[in-house]
Design a protein around this ligand. Structure first.
Ligand SMILES: Nc1ncnc2c1ncn2[C@@H]1O[C@H](COP(=O)(O)OP(=O)(O)OP(=O)(O)O)[C@@H](O)[C@H]1O
Length: 306
C-alpha cells in the first residue's frame, strides 16, 4: 500500500529541548493511526513537522511525495489540519470563516457549505463565531480541516469539547474519509475512545517512539494477561481448583465471582476448562488488555530501559 507520509530518523530540537528523537514511520493511505503520549511527548511537534511549519533538525520527511519544509509544498492543498486549540476571528460568521479558508485552499464555496452541513452547523452558519460554544468551534475547525477532500488529515486532540453524540458523528466522518483512501492521524489522550477507532497506534514518550502497531500487535508484544471473570454457581467455590487446575493467579472477588489473570498461552485452555463438564460456571467475561494498560506498559518498559 502506498505511503502518504514517510518519516525517516527525524529529530527536532528547540534549543536544549529534544522534542523528537530519531523517529521513523510510514503512514499508508486509507489508515487511521492514533498518535498517543503524555504532555510534551512530541506529538504536536511531529504534526508541525509534517505540515512544514517547522523544519527537522535531522532526518527526512515526505508528505504525499513532497518535502513539507521546502518552499513550494504543492501537497499542502491535499493536507487537512485541525490544531489543538482552534482560534478563529470571532467577528466573522461560521459561513464567512469557511469562505475565508475555502479561498485560501482555492476550493469552491459550494463545498464549504456542504461541510458546514456535515458537521451540523448549518443552523448557526450566519451567527458570529464569537457566540459559538467550544464544541461548535471544534466542529467548525473540523469543517475547515476537511476542505478540499484531504488525502492526509492531521487532527490534534480533535474530540476535546465534543459531547458523546458529536464524537460519534466525528468518528463517522473519519471512517468515511478512510474509506475514500485518506490517511487520518489522530493525536490524542483519549485512549479509550481510540481503542476501537484507530487501526494502528503509535506511542510516543519524551520525544521517542516507544511502540507502533495494531492493537493486536501491541498485545502480542506486551504479553499482558487477559482478565477472565467467571460467575460460579452456588456451592461451587470449594471445587474451583479441581476443574480450574494449577493456576496460581486467580482470586475471589465476591460471593459468586472469581477473576483470573490469564497469560496469553493459558487463555484458551482456561476457557476450555471453565466451559467444560464439571465446571460450575454460570457466566463468563473476557477482558483483553486495554489500550490504557498497553500504553502504561510500554511507557514503563521504556523508563526501565538502560
Ligand atoms: N517552539 C518551541 N520552543 C521550545 N520548546 C518547544 C517548542 N515546541 C515544543 N517544545 C517542547 O518540545 C516538547 C514536545 O512538545 P509537543 O508540543 O510536541 O508535545 P505534545 O506531545 O504535543 O504535548 P501535549 O499533549 O501537551 O500537546 C516539549 O518539551 C515542549 O516544551
Amino acid at each position: 500500500m502506498t505511503a502518504t507520509v514517510e518519516l525517516h530518523h527525524v529529530a527536532k530540537r528547540f534549543g536544549k529541548v529534544e522534542a523528537v528523537r530519531d523517529v521513523s514511520f510510514d503512514l499508508p493511505e486509507g489508515e487511521t493511526v492514533a498518535l498517543v503520549g503524555h504532555n510534551g511527548a512530541g506529538k504536536t511537534t511531529l504534526l508541525k513537522l509534517m505540515l512544514g511549519l517547522i523544519r527537522p533538525t535531522a532526518g527526512s520527511i515526505r508528505v504525499l511525495g513532497d518535502d513539507p519544509s521546502a518552499g513550494e509544498f504543492t501537497a499542502r492543498r491535499r493536507l487537512g489540519y485541525l490544531p489543538e486549540s482552534v482560534s478563529f476571528n470571532t467577528g466573522l460568521t461560521g459561513r464567512e470563516t469557511l469562505a475565508f479558508y475555502a479561498r485560501l485552499k482555492r476550493e469552491p464555496m459550494r463545498d464549504a457549505l456542504v461541510l458546514l452541513e456535515r458537521v451540523g452547523l448549518t443552523h448557526a452558519a450566519d451567527r458570529r463565531v464569537g457566540t459559538y460554544s467550544k464544541g461548535m468551534r471544534q466542529r467548525l475547525g473540523l469543517a475547515q480541516a476537511l476542505l478540499g477532500a484531504p488525502r492526509v488529515l492531521l487532527l490534534d486532540e480533535p474530540t476535546t469539547g465534543l459531547d458523546p453524540a458529536l464524537r460519534q458523528s466525528f468518528y463517522e466522518i473519519v471512517q468515511e474519509l478512510r474509506g475514500g483512501g485518506s490517511t487520518v492521524l489522530l493525536s490524542s489522550h483519549a485512549l479509550t475512545e481510540l481503542e476501537e477507532r484507530a487501526g494502528r497506534v503509535i506511542i510516543m514518550n519524551r520525544g521517542v517512539k516507544v511502540a507502533d502497531g495494531t492493537l493486536d500487535d501491541l498485545r502480542r508484544l506486551a504479553r499482558l494477561p487477559t482478565r477472565i471473570r467467571l460467575r460460579v454457581a452456588d456451592g461451587g467455590f470449594p471445587h474451583v481448583s479441581n476443574w480450574l487446575g494449577p493456576i496460581s493467579d486467580w482470586r475471589r472477588i465476591n460471593g459468586h465471582m472469581i477473576e483470573i489473570d490469564a497469560r496469553p498461552e493459558e487463555k484458551i485452555d482456561i476457557l476450555r476448562r471453565a466451559t467444560g463438564d464439571g465446571a460450575a460456571v454460570e457466566d463468563l467475561d473476557v477482558f483483553p488488555p486495554t489500550l490504557d494498560e498497553l500504553y502504561a506498559h510500554f511507557l514503563r518498559s521504556q523508563e526501565m530501559a538502560p
